[in-house]
Design a protein around this ligand. Structure first.
Ligand code: TRP
Ligand code: ZN
Length: 885
């Protein structure tokens, strides 16, 4: 938190660094009340910046400078300039060394950026700009250096001393201390630096690479968690093999380490050879982690591992290029998860998430392009747009050039840029060069923010046997005021005949049909495609697999959607047809609710879901997805003005209707699956995930009936399940039920059994914070006093406050503004000690434009109160000021 007004930084101002750092030699002396960092930087003038020796401006924040030397000469205060974020020196030769010693205070670092302590261990988080809180440095990703790191600490408290690369020496020191030296042979930017010192145990394994090199694999955790590492280890080995087979990428060091820490601002970090993970992204075993948690661990382990190539070997030139590594790596981990589990279900979940959350971001005050042009605080740009939309953009390139062409492009990218810090343009250029295509217009996806709309209309000419689809694209204004030009929108589509069969697709002018599903590129504001030889009026299946991140509209009626649900050959679009049907039905109910009419639900939704439930040939995970109604957050996103009460009331009404009318088949499927679960040992594999997913969604519907048999089944599942997936669902079902005594009993038993497991207690907090029953805010406030709660721990903040403000919309948006006031108070508190977490928790308030004028005024009032609350971090300042602009 500086005193000056935070400054905007622009991509257009990028300049290559004046100086380079060939070698970085670090020594850390770790103590309980301070730490010392000695750095020797072997530097030279950047030849690309020409002659002359401009001042050397090193980044550094919250450092106490003890000494600085240029070459052999120790400098005195008159020889350098120091302010709260820089140390400026005057070099006198092309090549030189800089030695600094600084004192820092990891023991009181609550921002969890730089060097800090978590549960008694030292650890680091340097991305994006945390290294400058460790030592004076050129803390920018285009300055790459070879690092050698020595860690010195008390042997007894910190028996394990780790850093990047390979261990090269270690030994005892004085006063019960010891030391270890690590050397990383690969050039890397400072944001990939890591250090760990603690009392840790490790699970060890090994992996033989495609070129028969042996790699030692280690997962370090606190001793009590040693039994929760096997799933992450399996995931790591699968990731390593998959990246060899799918992208030809081999691991490059002799050792790969993961360390789990309890206090972490994000999910995990890809530091070279030494990934540091939030313990929630590593630890998983049947008794304590849900299926969703197992899948999340698998995906994050893969994501961080894949960064070794997409991020580390080839890194970003500047932080505007963040999606170069994040969008691509999310795309890679999504491909991995699809191959490990059900590809269709993975796609459904990703699209539902993107449409709910990224589309909302794109429509709000923080909207930005996949490659932003400016920012105040880069930590605010680790967003759904950079990550998830960035992944969609990479996916569209793959759709356009084909799977083989994409692999050729990625091979060229990695080969051409190995060891370099590059841009999104370089990535696209490799794809163009490998495939002989021109992606100039396509690149607008990187520079234009906002979610494009794609309105489609049809015209069938029975006499000419032609069928035309007309596409009209547009993109709403965003705060950056960039003028929107047409995107390249790949639309995968098919046409169904009246029997539900795919029709051969021949476009006018083509000599032959090209299959029954194909990709067309919409490149103009308005464009018509005419198919020939179409013998009857077809029904189009559009945007199969969600081939572009757009809002597509086509005037389907409900019978047509039911037809697509049954017959579309594209599994994703079968689900999508069901979602659109549900949206239409729910919007009708919302309208009735608003007019004060009696709610009457279209019976076709029941009919459609009844046949889904009756279809034994469907993947059970698909059945579970199809039974899930669009969430309140998604219904909010697609509303012009979101009516919180009507959305909640209509959706709850629909859930009760479905529960009532589908009671028999839901109960049958619940019981069948629960019987299998009872006699099957827990396995973290997709077929088992699928069984439990259907079992659990069925149970949550069934409980709406409040029947004694269902209550008994829920309690049976809660008491005797051998895994957290079934137990937590039973708990959530009870918490959302009117059975007060059983609810209290289950909550107490659960808390007693798991009071020593922080990650399980997070689930316990979330289930209560997310309950839409009245009185949620009071419960959340009471839970903040629970001994297991801790505002300094980001997982706890997310579990309780994040779940309340992000998932409990009916209570958070209480008409009296109490939810808003509560959140603003917390953001003000968090701002003082963890700006990144404060800024992220603020997101729900930034959506104020979506609501009625009374709520708008209340939400804005809270944003203004935060703005006036005192000294704001750059993180919170940027979000608040953009939200009020
Ligand atoms: N590079 C990390 C990832 O996506 C993101 C990350 C981890 C991060 N910790 C952070 C970003 C702290 C900002 C601040 O895999
Ligand atoms: Zn990442």
């Amino acid at each position: 938190m500086g005193t000056a007004q935070p400054q905007m930084i622009y991509l257009k101002d990028y300049q290559a660094p004046e100086y380079l750092i060939d070698e970085t030699h670090l020594t850390f002396e770790l103590f309980e009340d301070h730490s010392l960092v000695h750095a020797q930087l072997v530097m030279r003038r950047n030849p690309a910046r020409g002659a002359g020796l401009p001042p050397l401006v090193l980044d550094g924040q919250q450092l106490e400078l003890l000494s600085v030397s240029l070459g052999d000469r120790e400098l005195s205060a008159a020889d350098y300039q120091l302010d709260d974020s820089h140390l400026t020196l005057q070099p006198t030769a092309q090549s030189f060394t800089v030695d600094t010693s600084v004192r820092i205070h990891p023991e009181s670092n609550t921002a969890l950026e730089g060097l800090y302590k978590s549960s008694g261990m030292f650890c680091t988080q340097c991305e994006a700009e945390g290294f400058r809180k460790i030592t004076y440095y050129l803390d920018r990703p285009d300055v790459m250096s070879k690092f050698t790191t020595t860690v010195v600490a008390e042997q007894h408290r910190y028996p394990v001393l780790l850093s990047n690369g390979n261990p090269i020496a270690s030994g005892p020191g004085e006063d019960g201390r010891h030391w270890a030296t690590w050397e990383d042979p690969f050039m890397k930017p400072a944001y990939l630096f890591a250090l760990v010192a603690g009392d840790l145990w490790c699970v060890e394994d090994s992996f033989t690479t495609m070129n028969q090199r042996d790699v030692a694999l280690r997962i370090y955790v606190e001793p009590e968690n040693i039994d929760k590492c096997q799933h992450a280890m399996n995931s790591l080995k699968k990731s390593m093999r998959w990246d060899e087979e799918t992208y030809g990428r081999e691991y490059d060091l002799d050792i790969f380490m993961i360390v789990a820490v309890n206090d972490f601002n994000m999910g995990a970090m890809e530091n070279k050879g030494l990934n540091i993970f939030n313990s929630s992204a590593v630890l998983a075993r049947a008794e304590t982690a849900t299926d969703a948690a197992h899948q999340r661990v698998e995906a994050i382990v893969a994501h961080e591992y894949f960064h070794n190539w997409s991020g580390n070997r080839v890194t970003c030139r500047d932080w505007f290029q963040l999606s170069l590594k994040e969008g691509f790596t999310v795309f890679r981990d999504a491909g991995f998860s699809s191959d490990m589990n059900s590809a269709t279900v993975k796609r459904i979940q990703d699209v539902a998430y993107l449409r709910t959350h990224q589309f909302a971001e794109d429509a709000g005050p923080m909207a930005h392009a996949v490659r932003p042009e400016s920012f105040i605080e880069i930590s605010n740009f680790y967003t759904l747009t950079v990550y998830e939309k960035g992944s969609e953009v990479v996916g569209m390139i793959r759709t356009l050039v084909g799977a083989e062409g994409f692999r050729k492009g990625s091979d060229l990218y990695f080969e051409r840029h190995d060891g370099q810090a590059v841009t999104c343009d370089d990535f696209v250029k490799a794809m163009e060069d490998a495939n002989g295509v021109d992606l100039t217009q396509f690149k607008r996806w990187y520079s234009q923010a906002g979610t494009p709309r794609l309105a489609v209309s049809e015209a069938y000419d029975a006499a000419a046997k032609t069928y035309s689809l007309t596409f009209r694209q547009s993109c709403p204004d965003t705060p950056d005021k960039v003028e929107k030009r047409p995107f390249v929108i790949p639309v995968e589509l098919g046409l169904l005949d009246s029997q539900g069969q795919g029709i051969a697709l021949r476009l006018s002018g083509e000599s032959a049909a090209q299959g029954t599903s194909r990709v067309i590129s919409v490149t103009e504001a308005e464009q018509t495609f005419t198919f020939v030889d179409i013998a009857e009026q077809p029904l189009p299946s559009l945007l199969r697999g969600f081939s572009a991140p757009v809002k597509l509209s086509f005037p389907y009626n409900r019978d047509q959607l039911m037809f697509l649900m049954q017959h579309d050959s594209d599994g994703f679009n079968r689900w999508e047809a069901g979602q659109q049907l549900s949206v239409q039905v729910l919007q009708e109910l919302i309208g009735q609710y608003q007019k004060g009419e009696a709610l009457v639900m279209d019976a076709r939704l029941v009919t459609a879901l009844r046949s889904v439930l009756a279809d034994d040939s469907l993947d059970q995970a698909m059945v579970a997805e199809m039974l899930s109604l669009p969430g309140e957050a998604y219904l909010t996103e697609i509303s012009e003005v979101a009516d919180v009460d009507a959305i909640h009331g209509a959706r709850e009404f629909a859930r009760r209707q479905l529960a009532e009318q589908l009671f028999e088949p839901l109960w049958a499927r619940y019981q069948a699956n629960r019987e299998v679960s009872k006699v099957t040992a827990y396995v973290a594999e997709s077929e088992h995930f699928a069984r439990r997913a259907l079992q659990n969604i069925a149970l949550s519907y069934l409980m709406l009936s409040e029947q004694p048999a269902v209550l008994a089944a829920t309690i049976e599942q809660f008491d005797s399940a051998d895994n957290m997936t079934e137990r937590l669902t039973a708990l959530a079902v009870l918490v959302n039920s009117p059975f007060e005594a059983e609810k209290a009993q289950a909550l107490a038993v659960f808390a007693e059994n798991f009071k020593d497991n922080a990650l399980v207690m997070d689930q316990w907090f979330s289930v209560q914070a997310g309950s839409g029953l009245p009185g949620a805010l009071e419960r959340v406030k009471a839970l903040m006093q629970h001994p297991a709660f801790n505002l300094k721990n980001p997982n706890k903040v997310r579990a309780l406050i994040g779940a309340f403000a992000g998932q409990n919309l009916i209570n958070f948006h209480a008409a009296d503004g109490s939810g808003y006031r509560f959140l603003a108070d917390l953001v003000i508190q968090l701002n003082a000690f963890n700006p990144q977490i404060a800024s992220r928790q603020l997101a729900p308030l930034t959506r104020w434009r979506k609501y009625d004028s009374a709520r708008q005024a209340l939400m804005k009032g809270e944003l203004e109160r935060i703005r006036a609350s005192g000294e704001l971090s750059s993180d919170v300042y940027e979000v608040v000021s953009k939200s009020l602009a």
